[in-house]
Design a protein around this ligand. Sequence first.
Ligand code: SF4
Ligand code: SF4
Length: 360
Amino acid sequence: MAGPWTEECSIMKKIGIINKIIAFSNVDGPGNRTAVFFQGCNLHCLYCHNPETIHFCVGCSACLAVCPTGALEGGHGKAVMGEGDMLQPVTWHPQKCISCDACIKACPHLASPKTRRMTAEELLTEIKKTAPYINGVSFSGGECTLQRDFLVEVIPLIRQLGLGVLLDSNGTYDFEKDPELLEMIDGVMLDIKAVDPAVCRTLTGAGPEMPIKNLKYLQSVGKLAEVRTVLLPEEGGSLPGEGQNRRSAASGRGSETILVTSSEKATSEGSFFDDDGGWHGEAVTGEGDLHPPNSMNELTVRTVASLLSPAIPYKLLRYRPFGVRQEGIDIIGNTITEESAAEALAALARSLGAENCRVV
Ligand code: SF4
Ligand code: SF4
């Protein structure tokens, strides 16, 4: 998928652009892990809770004016050279920062001025501080595979500490073409956001084909650590159930596909599944409203469950609007996915063979 990140990432070879490091995390993979969040993503998911990780700072200076402590300098559209000869439009002084996040809220570009440019050795130094207390390291983002060359440099160093490594990926990277990277990691925690091509594009900006391919491939080579799906809420705060508002919103974003009504659902499902329940990914087109959310959720859960080995963890994440940008709330809504609906889908997944499915 082409996008601004293409050029941005072309300058990233041996320097990692890192949004944040969480020293101890128990939600980014099994056990106690250090989680490294990279800056930059090639998707723009409507329910993203960290939208400031999507793009890179362009030095517009909007954030400088709101910083109460003078922790930011530079900007004015001029890139200055920082350490490692990397473009560094704004300089962040962590020692002056009080973590108020006013800069994040003020940024009109889904970026952050609070990124760090680190060599592999510098990141290793950080990880050595937590190494005695953790089970492994997880790379997340943003989308960590966009900084693949940095990963390939730093992961062997982490391995030498005796630590395992997992990648958290949106699934758009073609892992089958990168055996070198796959060889050095324990596995991939993979997002399958939606299997309906039009819904997936509306939600994320890209289709489901590569994530589905990755699910199958990574599982076949023993590198699928877990799969996650965000369950959309049945009711949208400003959206009266299914229907016109969602369709209008999707059309406004340039979505090329009109989805089907629930009365057409049986027909549409026929285009997704073969006789064994496997997904073969034909696009759905036609006039009508968006699927009701629960139909979208169910289609995705059914598909993933039909593909997944029983032991692979399958996590169903309830949509929560906290931290979601207005664009997403306008389309998805402002309510949390019902726990009972999520649990019913988890039970469905388990009944279809994904025995290790649970709601988180
Ligand atoms: S989070 Fe830090 S850099 Fe950003 S506005 Fe607040 S003090 Fe300034
Ligand atoms: S972080 Fe955002 S607001 Fe601040 S200079 Fe960069 S692009 Fe502009």
